[in-house]
Write a protein that binds this ligand. Sequence first.
Ligand code: AMP
Length: 408
Amino acid sequence: MSDQQPLVLVVNSGSSSVKFKLLPADGSSPLLSGIAESLCTSGPARLIVRQNGERFTEELTSTGHQNALRAILSLVKSNGWIKRVRAVGHRVVHGGERFTESARITPEVIRNIEACTDFAPLHNAANLLGIRACSELLPSIPQVAVFDTAFHQTMPVEAFTYAIPQRFYRDHGIRRYGFHGTSFRYVSERAVELLGLDPDDHGLVIVHLGNGASACAVRNGKSCDTTMGFTPLEGLVMGTRSGDLDIGAAAQIGRVAQLNLAGVEALLNRDSGLLGISELSSDFRTLEDAADFGDQSAELALDVFTHRVVRYIGALATSLTRFDGVIFTGGIGENSARLREMVLNRLRAFSFVLHAQTNRRMVGGACGRIDRGSHTQAWVIPTDEEAMIARDAIRIAGLHQQGLLRAA
Ligand code: AMP
């Protein structure tokens, strides 16, 4: 990599942390990555950094997002890289119906992100803190917003409409939006390359299984249905989120536990999912270990998780006109050979035949096909949301047109 290669800073600003990656525009490995955490607590904030395969921690003298970003930028400066930073890419959780693709940040774009804040109050407000801090600290560098929801804006109306009085959609925007869009976009583009598909005639079901989990049907590069809804609570079972639940059951929980709506919402977001079923942990690996030692609740949690994934792969396939592949991604999808085996064994009606040995090798960032020549292929493709954000930032900042890049 040339020392003159432009750099992109990718920022994922959450409510109490800022994750970052400094990426060369040619797509090579990050020069720097890490997380500033505990930004809103009374305890000391700290910066955990990875550089050249090493990890080190710095105590931050003050809290807040702007101070965290100042510390991150002074690290970039001390390494002599600041002049090469040509764009900043920001993850933004909710773009509502206003954003169908990534956008260069302007005062109007900021107003539109603010207008979507009601849909994801904690997330969008935190994303805006990062955007404002970077705009102040790097005023002459283009800032680009990349939305989790944007990829799903191609869903047809019958897929995004909830069967509720339509005034709630018209007046309050209540509909399915879907999330993990940056991951689905990255993985679907990789899948077209790896599976050798026709970009204009293919169909995929991608399951992004991590602490948050969702699945997406992709037809000819476009999302046509997804499992998450108005918020990231709907759909698959997740670490601490219930996924689908009869609202009648939710109302009864409220009555028996004497919780108001906000209390029920918190219970379904924070105390449910794998954690709620197992009463042990939200962490998939911990539950696999516990199940191996005979813990029946852990085993039940894994079974319910698997059942929901299988059910949705079947359901989403009906949105496709051809079914070329199921793709596993996310921390669980990329690392749990056991989960993938359980899922594919239960999808026999789709004629999947697992290649057990290859499946066991596909862990820790490996990428490859795990079926034995089925008509519909099964693959593990690691996601890279930061690479996608950096790519959008490069394109929208116009680094190609400025002749700053050879081939990215
Ligand atoms: P993510 O949110 O994408 O970082 O994924 C986090 C989830 O991936 C957690 O539930 C982890 O337990 C799970 N995970 C990570 N590594 C493994 C592994 N080797 N085997 C099973 N699950 C894993």
